[in-house]
Structure formats: C-alpha cells, structure tokens
Design a binder for this molecule. Structure first.
Ligand code: SAM
Ligand code: SF4
Length: 467
C-alpha cells in the first residue's frame, strides 16, 4: 500500500494556470525568457505562458534562449548510453505498448543470466560504459531478480577495457523494500514514466494489471527516495494527452520531489509514442505531437529546469534529433536494440519481439562521428553516482561550476579511452583532435596541463580516471 504522501497533483490547478496564461503578451514572454536565460528556472505560470500560442518572433526568441542556456550550462558534452531489454514478459495491458499482455503475437523472451552476459559483452565491445536496463512488469521480474540481473551486468568484463560502470533501471514501481535492494546493488538512476498525469486518460489506456493503479506509480519516486534511491528519472509518453497539461504536471512532480527530498529529478525523458505491434493507439495517438511542437516542448523544459539531464532515445529520427540536441537534450541512446536478445541477434532488431520501431538505426561509431561533426563532445562518463554526487548532494554544488569541474573533464577522459580502445584509425585521429581543441579552449593553463597529464596516463594504460 502507498503510505500517505503529501498530494501534489491538482488537475484543477493545472487547468486554471493554463487558462490564466492562454494569451500572454509578447512583453511577458520576453520577460520570462530574460529570466530563463539567467538559469533561474521557471514557475508553472511562466511555463504555461511559453506553451501558449505566441507570435513567430517570440517563438524564435524562445528557441534562441534554449540554445543559449543549453550551451551555457552543458557546453558541447553529450552523454551516450545503450538500452538493454532484459524481458518483454508483461502482465499489464498498456494500450500503446507491444509488450502488453493482450498482444498474443509478440514473441516473449526473458534473458537468462548467460544471455544477459552475452548482450552485455556485445554492448561493452561497442565501447559503452552505461546501460539502461528495461523490464516488463511480470512476477518473474521482482526486485530480487532485477537486482540479480544488475549484479550480472556489473560483473561482465571484456578486453580491452569493457565494463559497465553505471546501470540505470527502467522497471515498474517497487515498494520501499524493493528499492532498497536496487540501492544495494548500486543502480544509477531509477526511471519510471508516469505516461500521462491525466487520471481519466491513464485509466483508459491502462487496461489491466498492476499498472492501473495511478497513485502507486505517481509516488514511486517518493518510495525510491525513502530507500535512498535519490537519483530518479521522470517522463511522460507524449501523444496520450494534452502536452501542456502533461508538462505542467511533470514540473509539479519535479517540484514536489525537490520540496520533499531536497532534489528534483536527475533526468527527464521524452518518449513520443511510436507504432507498436497490435496497438491501434500507437499508430494513431489521440494527441500526436508534431515535430515543431516537440521541439518547443524540449526548449521549454530546458528553460524551466536548466540543470536537469534531458534524454531522448532510439525513438527519434537523426535529423530531428540534431535539432533537439541543440535545444536541450544532454543524453542520448546510441546503437540501440529494443527487444530482449536484440544485440546478439546478428545486430538486427527482431520486429516480432521488439517494443516499438526504432527511428534511428545508426550504429554507435556513426552517431559519434555525426555528433562530432556537429561540434559535440561524446561522453561515456559515469562518474557522479560513483563519487556520491547524487540527489541533494548533486544539487549542493554550484551548478555551472559543477559541469565545468566534473562533466567536461570526465567527458574528455572517457571519450579518449573510447578512442584508444574502440575506435578505428580515422575516428581516433578526428576524435583526438576534438579532445585537443576542447582542452586548448580551457581558460586556465593549470587545467590544461592537468588534462594533458591525465591523457598521458590513459595512453600508458590507466583506465577509469574518474574526476
Ligand atoms: N514496464 C515498465 C513500465 O511500464 O514502467 C518499464 C518498461 S516500459 C517498456 C518503458 C517505457 O516504454 C514505458 O514507460 C513507456 O513510456 C514506453 N513505451 C511503451 N510503449 C511505447 C511506444 N509504443 N512508443 C514509445 N514508447 C513506448
Ligand atoms: Fe508492460 Fe511497461 Fe509495456 Fe506497459 S509499458 S505493457 S507495463 S512493458
């Protein structure tokens, strides 16, 4: 049962804010954007105003503000990870998902310990250091078996330097005790998407199983925090309901966590419904989000929560991805498979077992090359949670200094490791040049010298220099 947590989601309040802000004057939009540019975040009214119909020139200024803030806070760093689908067994019936228990055509698969090891080896040989493990909700995947699978992932090591240093989890909500088990095995972020914050819609699309309990899911992060899992990832499945309502609710959720536990979400993910096998709603979502609206969503959330990691996945196509990265995204999945065993299956996705169609089929080296061409610095960093910089500890650091002191050096070091151990000759040369350019751009000569010294250590075989 849910303990009584303070209620934070008031639908009437959300609608009334949207109503109050439905016609913001251009001068108000500009005031809000000026505040956002200072990295102070935005309140719900301000966010509602930015989501209302606004003149084209204001919209352009909104995008410019997001570009500015993204660049100022995150620089050019882009964190990469690989999803690992552990099981598509599911006892729930979510109308939008191919793993739904009602989908009799799906080939069901739960990875054994050996199969998990196989998948992880392949992911490690790509050069990844960070995995997002994904599970359907099923009695065979409880907190204990999930925790065991995490341990398995951490144990796999492959030459030359293959190891997974951070396992994030996307699984159904657990009780406090269950989250405690995940804490013990050292998970990174616990991700769980509310899908929709609109109760009525939620009941309509969740047709059976435990997931029908809206509040159990809504307070999952409260329970996680009680078990000291303080690195959590929120999300909405865009397409199910009015995106303005969803974003305001998501921000209320973030505020509630911050008020209660001293830290908002570590990340927010932005899944948009993709066509899934035997799911009518997934092919014709009731609130389908066109690309231009999606871009605006990303920009507004970036302005509202300047220091929260923002993730897009496999789902989006490369051309759009490029724009979303500029506007706010800081983490990206690469070379992904969305079916259990998908990496081992001769590097092809198995349509008959996968969750949804993958919009970006580029492999990791190509994604890295494209990122670099666009001026980004690929990062395989997993440092923060291993150094205890999570939850309110993370929030305690001066935030831009934090990125400057930790994220940027770690990005350079982990990318250099990747280049030495996994890249081809051309990629290695281009990547090394990119690293050198980044170091030369560091204003303090002591920082530059320190970085060169660390690069030499990596050349001499030292790995995992975690700043
Ligand atoms: N079973 C767990 C749960 O539902 O929380 C975690 C795994 S589930 C596969 C992970 C996420 O996939 C869901 O939270 C949902 O947002 C997303 N998803 C499901 N169907 C999708 C679709 N057709 N397109 C895009 N994302 C989808
Ligand atoms: Fe199962 Fe999660 Fe898919 Fe729903 S979204 S059917 S709970 S895997």
């Amino acid at each position: 049962m849910n303990k009584e947590y303070p209620s934070f989601l008031d639908e009437n309040q959300i609608w009334s804010i949207l109503e109050q802000e439905k016609q913001p004057a251009p001068s108000r939009i500009r005031e809000i954007l000026a505040k956002a540019r200072e990295g102070k975040g935005l309140d719900l009214n301000e966010v509602a105003a930015l989501l209302a119909p606004i003149p084209d020139d204001c919209l352009e200024e909104l995008f410019q503000a997001a570009l500015y803030l993204k660049e100022k806070v995150y620089g050019k760093r882009m964190v990469l990870f690989a999803p690992l689908y552990i099981s598509n067994l599911c006892a729930n019936s979510c109308a939008y998902c191919a793993f739904s228990a009602k989908n009799r055509q799906l080939v069901r698969k739960s990875l054994s310990k050996e199969e998990i090891e196989e998948e992880v080896k392949i992911i490690e040989r790509m050069g990844h250091k960070r995995i997002l493990a994904v599970y359907g909700e099923h009695p065979s995947w409880n907190a204990r078996t999930i925790a065991e699978s995490v341990e398995t992932i951490y144990q796999v090591k492959t030459p030359p330097s293959g190891e997974i240093r951070r396992v994030n989890i996307n699984c159904a909500p657990l009780d406090v005790e269950g989250f405690g088990l995940l804490k013990q095995v050292g998970i990174g972020t616990y991700q769980c998407f509310q899908e929709t914050y609109h109760r009525e819609t939620y009941q309509k699309v969740h047709l059976g199983g435990k997931k029908r309990n809206f509040d159990w899911r809504l307070y999952a992060f409260h329970r996680a925090n009680e078990a000291d899992v303080d690195d959590v990832g929120l999300g909405v499945l865009f397409g199910l309901f009015d995106h303005r309502f969803e974003i305001l609710s998501l921000l209320r959720h973030a505020q509630a966590l911050e008020a209660e536990y001293g830290a908002g979400p570590h990340t927010i993910s932005f899944p948009r419904i993709e066509p899934a096998q035997n799911s009518e709603i997934s092919t014709r979502p009731p609130y389908a989000i066109p690309d231009d609206v999606f871009k605006r969503i990303i920009a507004v959330v970036r302005l509202a929560l300047p220091y929260t990691g923002m993730i897009i996945s496999t789902r989006e196509k490369p051309e759009l991805k490029r724009e979303l990265l500029r506007l706010g995204i800081s983490q990206l999945s690469a070379g992904s498979r969305t079916s259990p065993g998908g990496y081992a299956a001769a590097f092809t996705n198995r349509p008959e077992a996968q969750q949804f169609w993958v919009g970006d089929e580029r492999e990791l080296p190509e994604i890295i090359q494209d990122l670099q061409l666009d001026g980004y610095l690929p990062s395989f960093c997993t440092s923060c949670y291993r150094k205890g910089r999570t939850g309110d500890h993370f929030m305690g650091y001066a935030k831009t200094m934090f990125i400057h002191n930790y994220c940027q050096p770690n990005a350079l070091l982990t990318y250099y490791e990747y280049l030495l151990d996994y890249a081809g000759t051309k990629a290695k040369a281009e990547g090394t040049q990119c690293i050198m350019d980044n170091i030369k751009a560091m204003p303090d000569p002591r920082d530059r010298e320190l970085m060169f010294e660390r690069l030499r250590r990596i050349e001499n075989g030292v790995r995992d220099i975690c700043v």
